[in-house]
Design a protein around this ligand. Sequence first.
Ligand code: HEM
Length: 421
Amino acid sequence: MSVQTATSRDEIPEEISAINLVDTRTYLEHDMDAYWRRLRADHPLYWHPPVDGKPGFWVVSRYADVMALYRDNQRLTSEKGNVLVTLLAGGDSAAGQMLAVTDGRRHKDLRNVMLKAFSPRALSKVAALVRVNARRMIADAVRRGEGDFAAEVASVIPLTTVGGLLGVPVKDHSYLLGLTKSSLSSDEADQAPEEAFLARNEILLYFSDLVAERRADPQDDVISTLTASEIDGVPLTDQDIVFNCYSLILGGDETSRLTMIDSLYSLSREPEQWKRLKEGSVTLESAAEEALRWATPAMNFGRTALVDIEMAGGTIKAGDVVTLWNTSANRDESVFDDPYVLDLGRSPNKHITFGYGPHFCLGAYLARVEVKEMLDAMRTFSDGIELTGEPRRIHSNLMAGMSTLPVRFRPDEAGLATADD
Ligand code: HEM
């Protein structure tokens, strides 16, 4: 573990050292933009001191450094966890089995198997489902006029998407939604960690049953493809499949949900950008990319160093935990012009919302489809969005965003007449 020299510790100003990145309240109570600006400028490799009995860790905030470390699966490993909670607890029980926390040859082979399950045919089927769902749900929401966009639309689309991909029966979607919500972040500050643990176990149990069903009676879905897959002639075990279903549902649900909520929130506050979207003066593609950069729902991921790594004027020691802050990299002024401005026509826009390198998000295509279809349906069916109350922000040190979004829609009657209901 790293021991900081007295000199470098002395150099850290109080406004930096007082920020506790492990505490979920930090993100709600502090001006984090100012914090990240300061880190990028003066402390690009910052040693976050140990807190609450947990070990300290490195904080990497510049775009180029974050990219370089994401790319480096030789000197860094994900097998001791890739999120703060597991990294600081010293490991992830799914290491070597769940894609995101597997490295080396096994990661490559498993990723190829999963990519096969994400065939263009499977994806185009799911993309069509996303379009139908998004248009139906958003047309209904606009007709109702007022409601909580988070609960009524943004919660439903991602789970239906990943559920469709995995072949989860529609009747179970809301049950799984409840579990995924409590397993990753929380609407309440004081949710007990045991609750998240129980929710995770329930998801695993649910998928064990589904895998058994698909083995007995294969369907046209990802689980069935995985049950028929092998690596080096050895079939995937039930546990391999269950862990990876879990990772798809967790990876694909909350991130997309938070992006959609954030996009609508931002459009309600930025009438000029809404106008550009509505009038078609920006493409859906560039609008979606900017919505993804702007939201950056996964604030950070992490790794553990396998060897000493020199970077940004410091040394990460073998065994140290390193956290990569997408949230900061996506606002790096050396890469993005006016990074704190929402510009739906932004080009180039090489955001790092989906990570980078060997672990680059497997669901990026589907997430992009979801955001594009949401924006498309919104600009077709609505003529404007207003907030009707304060949104509630989530409590998490991994994810950022809102869990409620009370809004009122002005209908676009001509657009609504084209809704396919
Ligand atoms: C990996 C973000 C949607 C499945 C990742 C990583 C990021 C990310 C940053 C890299 C993690 C790391 O390097 O440790 C996002 C965001 C999404 C999104 C922001 C939505 C806006 C999805 C969806 C799915 C998915 C829809 C599934 C259908 C995965 C999987 C991995 C992953 C399986 C692990 C890939 C690997 O380790 O090789 N995601 N994701 N994600 N994501 Fe996503």
